[in-house]
Design a binder for this molecule. Structure first.
Ligand SMILES: [Zn+2]
Length: 171
């Protein structure tokens, strides 16, 4: 859910305007960065029959990532950065190739299997795209509503929104 994570980073930028957007977007996307590295190393295979991402995406792992990344910052910024990383769990909890684990290799799965349910029983292959664009639009709506009050230039806000909507149309 690339675009929704980027949108979450932007929405949270309105809570800490002086923090560069790229830091908040990196924070919101951090578990996927870790997943890309671990998938490349073969630690978290993503084949349909052997999908595992507990080291990058379990609840415990994301809380550890959020805390570790947030420690690089101070005060209110630290709290918002922590929320940005933690938002990754909330968004992936909604729809993900497999239910997220409590901790790596835990037998306890969290949430439901909307991915399979949506794909097999309702909307077919577009269900993930529809879920992502819906969530992305809500988050971009929050960003749009608050951007002016925290002095984000209108042209920058519009360009950011267009970029993220474009991403969600592609992926
Ligand atoms: Zn993810």
């Amino acid at each position: 859910m690339f675009a929704a994570h980027f949108a979450a980073g932007l929405a949270l930028k309105t809570q800490t305007p002086k923090t560069p957007a790229w830091i908040l977007i990196t924070a919101a996307f951090l578990p996927d960065f870790l997943w890309i590295v671990l998938a490349g190393l073969g630690v978290e295979p993503a084949a349909p029959d052997v999908f595992f991402d507990g080291w990058s995406h379990s609840l415990l792992s994301i809380l550890v990532q959020a805390t570790a990344f947030a420690l690089l910052f101070r005060g209110r910024e630290r709290i918002i950065i922590w929320c940005a990383v933690a938002s990754h769990f909330v968004l992936d909890f909604l729809i993900h190739p497999r239910p997220l684990q409590l901790f790596p290799h835990s037998s306890i799965d969290l949430g439901w299997d909307l991915w399979a349910w949506g794909h097999e029983r309702t909307m077919g292959a577009t269900h993930y795209w529809l879920a992502q664009i819906s969530i992305t639009c809500v988050l971009l709506g929050i960003y749009t509503a608050r951007a002016k009050s925290v002095s984000v230039p209108a042209n920058l806000a519009a360009a950011s929104i267009l970029l993220i909507v474009g991403l969600s149309l592609i992926f």
